[in-house]
Design a binder for this molecule. Structure first.
Ligand code: UD1
Length: 447
C-alpha cells in the first residue's frame, strides 16, 4: 500500500481521539437502496420521485449515468425527480460504469424498456473481482441474447415484440445485484419469473416495494423465492428510501468504541438483528426506545467475539471492517471470517499501524484485543474500511489523519458533520496545509 507524498493536497480527515460522544444522530436514506431505485426508475415512462435520497458521491455518479442515457434528473432537497420518458441511449459510458459498480444494474431495466442494452463490464474493485455472470445468465434464461465483446456486455431481445420472457431462475449464490437486475427485468417481461435462492436483503425488498408502487406484480421479496408476473408498463411513483442500516450500524459501533450513549433515528431495528446480536455479545446494550429509534448503551467492559459475514439475514459484510475496529479494543481474541468478498481486509494493515494486533490468513482475521490504539496517519482502502478507520480514530489516543476520503464520500452522508454534532473532534483539512477544506462532492443539478 502506498501512502501519498507530503505534497498531496487531497483533503484528509483529522481526528483527535479519546473523546466521549453524546446526542442524537439523524440517519440518512440507504445508499444501496437509493442507487438501485434510481436504476429501477428507468422502467417507468412517467415521472418518478424518490425521497430520502442521501447526499453521496455514488448517488451523483448514478445521476450522471442516467443523464447519459437521455433521462432528466434533478435534485430538490432530499428528493430526486426522474423523468425517463425520453430514455433513448442504450449504451452506458465506460468512464462512469467503471467508477460505480452498481450502475451495471441498469442492464435489467434498460433491456426491459428498450430491448437493447450495452453496458461496460464494471471490472474488479478494491474488495474483489466481482463478476456479473449471475446477472448475465439470468437475462439469457429470460430470452436475451448476450455477448461480451471488447469489455462490454451487449444484450438484446430477439424477435418482433422485443419483450423478455418469464423464466424459472436458480441463482448459484444469493447475489444482491443479480436479484435486483433480474427482478427489474422481469417486471416488464411476458409471463411469470421465479427467482430461486434470491437475495433477501432489505434493499431487495425496498426495490420490490418501489416497483410495486409503480404497478409491478411481485411477491416473496424478503424470502429466498421471488415471483414476478410481468405487466406491459409501469406508472409514476412517489417513494421514500428506507433508512441506511449500514450507517446505523456504523454509529452503533461509534457508541460502543467510544463508550458513549447515542440515540439513532429513523431506523428499522429488524434490519439490524445480526449487528445488534454481536454488539450484545461484545457487552453493549442496544435499546429500542420507539419503533424507529435505537439507543446504544455501552457496557463497562468489551469482550471478544467471533464473526462470520454472510448474506442477509447473516452478519453483513458491509459492517465487517467497523466491527474489526471495535474488536481491536475488546478483551481476549476474536476471529472474523469474510465469506462474501475475497479481498476485504485492506483495513487490517492500517489498524495495525494504530497499534492493533491483527493477523490474517486467507479470509480469516485473528484479532488480539489491545488496551488502547494510538493515532497515526492511515489510508482508506475502500468505503467501509474508511469508516473503520474513522471509528478507530475516535477511540485512539492522539491524532489520526485519514487519507483516501473519496471512498468515505462515496457512501456516508456527511459522516464528519454528524460526528461533530455528537462532540467528536474531527475536521476535514487540506492534505498539506492543514487549512480547513470544503467538501468536493460532485453536484447534481438542483431545480
Ligand atoms: C451489494 C451491495 C454491497 C454489499 C453486497 C453484499 C449495492 C450497490 N452494493 O453488492 O454494498 O457489500 O451487496 O451484501 O447494493 N457474484 C458473482 N457473480 C455475480 C454477482 C455476484 O460471483 O454475477 C459474487 C460477488 O463477487 C461476491 C458475492 O457474489 O463475492 C456477493 O456479491 P453481490 O451480492 O452481488 O454484491 P453486490 O450486489 O455487488
Amino acid at each position: 500500500m502506498t501512502h501519498s507524498s507530503p505534497e498531496d493536497r487531497s483533503p484528509v480527515l483529522e481526528i483527535i481521539g479519546g473523546h466521549r460522544l453524546s446526542g442524537e444522530v439523524r440517519i440518512s436514506g440507504a445508499k444501496n437502496s437509493a442507487l438501485v431505485l434510481m436504476a429501477g426508475s428507468l422502467l417507468c415512462s412517467q415521472d418518478c420521485r424518490i425521497r430520502n435520497v442521501p447526499s453521496l458521491a455514488d448517488v451523483a455518479r448514478m445521476g450522471e449515468v442516467l443523464s447519459a442515457l437521455g433521462v432528466k434528473i434533478t435534485r430538490k432537497d432530499d428528493a430526486l425527480e426522474i423523468d425517463a420518458r425520453h430514455l433513448s441511449q442504450s449504451k452506458a459510458p465506460y468512464e462512469l460504469v467503471s467508477q460505480l459498480r452498481a450502475s451495471f444494474f441498469i442492464i435489467g431495466p434498460l433491456l426491459a424498456r428498450l430491448g437493447i442494452a450495452r453496458i461496460p463490464l464494471p471490472g474488479g474493485c478494491a474488495i474483489g473481482a466481482r463478476p456479473v455472470d449471475l446477472h448475465v445468465r439470468g437475462l439469457q434464461a429470460m430470452g436475451a441474447d448476450v455477448q461480451i465483446e471488447h469489455g462490454t456486455v451487449h444484450a438484446c431481445i430477439p424477435g418482433v415484440n422485443r419483450r423478455l420472457k418469464g423464466a424459472r431462475i436458480y441463482l448459484d449464490y444469493p447475489s444482491v445485484g443479480a436479484t435486483e437486475t433480474l427482478m427489474m427485468a422481469a417486471t416488464l417481461a411476458d409471463g411469470e419469473t421465479i427467482l430461486e435462492n434470491a437475495a433477501q436483503e432489505p434493499e431487495v425488498v425496498d426495490l420490490a416495494n418501489f416497483c410495486r408502487a409503480m404497478g409491478a406484480r411481485i411477491r416473496g421479496a424478503g424470502t429466498n423465492t421471488i415471483v414476478i408476473s410481468g405487466v406491459p408498463s409501469l406508472h409514476s411513483v412517489d417513494y421514500a428510501v428506507i433508512p441506511d442500516r449500514v450507517e446505523v450500524g456504523t454509529f452503533l459501533v461509534a457508541g460502543a468504541i467510544t463508550q458513549s450513549e447515542l440515540s439513532l433515528a429513523p431506523v428499522v431495528p429488524d434490519h439490524l438483528t445480526a449487528v445488534i446480536a454481536k454488539l450484545r455479545a461484545i457487552g453493549s446494550e442496544v435499546v429500542q426506545e420507539t419503533p424507529s429509534r435505537l439507543r446504544i448503551v455501552p457496557g463497562t467492559s468489551r469482550l471478544g467475539t467471533d464473526i462470520e459475514t454472510l448474506p442477509y439475514p447473516g452478519f453483513p459484510t458491509d459492517m465487517q471492517a467497523q466491527f474489526m475496529a471495535l474488536l481491536t479494543l475488546s478483551e481476549g481474541d476474536s476471529i472474523i471470517t469474510e465469506t462474501v468478498f475475497e479481498n476485504r481486509m485492506g483495513h487490517v494493515a492500517e489498524l495495525n499501524r494504530m497499534g492493533a494486533d491483527i493477523r490474517t490468513k486467507g479470509n480469516h482475521a485473528v484479532i488480539r484485543g489491545v488496551p488502547f490504539l494510538t493515532g497515526a496517519p492511515v489510508v482508506a482502502t475502500d468505503l467501509r474500511a474508511s469508516a473503520a478507520l474513522v471509528l478507530a480514530g475516535l477511540a485512539a489516543r492522539g491524532t489520526t489523519i485519514i487519507q483516501g476520503l473519496h471512498h468515505l464520500d462515496r457512501g456516508y452522508d456527511d459522516l464528519e458533520g454528524k460526528l461533530k454534532l455528537l462532540g467528536a473532534q474531527i475536521r476535514r483539512v487540506k492534505g498539506d496545509t492543514g487549512a480547513e477544506s470544503v467538501s468536493s462532492l460532485p453536484v447534481m443539478p438542483r431545480s
